[in-house]
Design a protein around this ligand. Sequence first.
Ligand code: HEM
Length: 408
Amino acid sequence: MITLPAEFFRTPYAFYEQLRSAGPVHRIRLRTGVQAWLVVDYDAAKEALRHPGIRKNPYSPAGVRARHAAAGDGRVIPANQRLSHHLLYADPPEHSRLRKLVTPAFAPARMAALAPRITAIADELLDGIDRAVDATGRVDLLAEYAFPLPITVICELLGVPVEDRARFRDWSAAVVDTPMATPQRMVSATDAIVDYFDRLVALRHTKAHGDDLISHLLTVTDDDGDRLGHDELISMAFLILVAGHETTVNLIGNTVLTLLTDPPRYRALHNDPDAVAPLVEEMLRYNGPVNVATMRYTAAPITLGGTKIPPGELVLVALASANRDERHFADPAAFHPDRSSNHLAFGHGIHFCLGAGLARLEARIALTRLVGRYPELRLAVDDDDLRWRESILIRGLQDLPVDLAGAA
Ligand code: HEM
């Protein structure tokens, strides 16, 4: 049985390389005591993400049994179950039904139309940084830029007041950061989210519908007249809120970090806006924000990457490892924006990220505006002093101190 090494959160890649050289699938015990199968190579990861014997719904009878068995001490995900009716907890045919209803809200044209507003939000944040920067010239770019940008976009998209974004940050951090280790925090956060969205939806019922996502989800029907139920609607809003910002914050943060360790590459973007898109794409592969995909379990005996897994066991797919698989990517530890990549940073199969287009757009705009404003930006800490989040799901920094003195 393998356990995570102490340096895992700071740098998981050497550990993953070691595991890949020993085989594609490993039995692992997490710090919480939970036991699972960890899938580390590219082909096995793809196979796992579309395997009919591997399922998602943690509240189905088989899902509940698998979670009890894996936790050993009988603990299950401590969340408000009213938030469980969303895509990442659904299997076909339920998943197909939900996805069909929700997909039009993320149509490429709808997302592209957000570009001017995202640009304006980025510029407003940079103006705020200009005004607030103190004599030292030091700023936490994660807190002042990478975090507020996606959360503001998501709030505007959902149609929730931007003043509430600090609450959303706390709630979604409680949900994402090892919830099994802090069950009370998870329960309070999900109760508060249910309460918040219940009230918001009630308000939408009494007021005229706007162009926001919640209004859209409230009224959407498919060809058969099917529509989302109330708990499905608040569950989707919850999923979009959490999935849509925890990830994008860290894509922006990780990208800026990588670029600032190579200042000429960062500065070069200033005169070459076309270089931004391939750079973001390679960043998703090289140090993307999702380390391990969300939890799955076996609903039948299966063989994955040559390993037999009994039914009722948890399966974790390490996307960050698959994206560094030497059998799939040449020189995988090198950052090469010119490689044509088919990374798994947005997942694969029926749960492929619904917000991938929006995430790419936000990251590209965030980077373009930042380099445009501060072509001489510098990292204000050494690599060893960077503080990484201790979450198995999210790969991202706790803060990103940069030096703005003389950067404009
Ligand atoms: C699903 C990554 C941004 C909404 C996923 C999955 C991954 C992922 C890996 C699949 C998880 C699994 O199979 O266990 C990312 C990354 C992002 C990002 C790396 C940013 C860089 C967004 C944004 C939104 C979003 C901005 C929405 C506004 C969703 C939804 C799903 C999902 C709704 C569930 C899809 C389904 O189950 O059918 N994302 N995501 N994501 N993502 Fe994203």
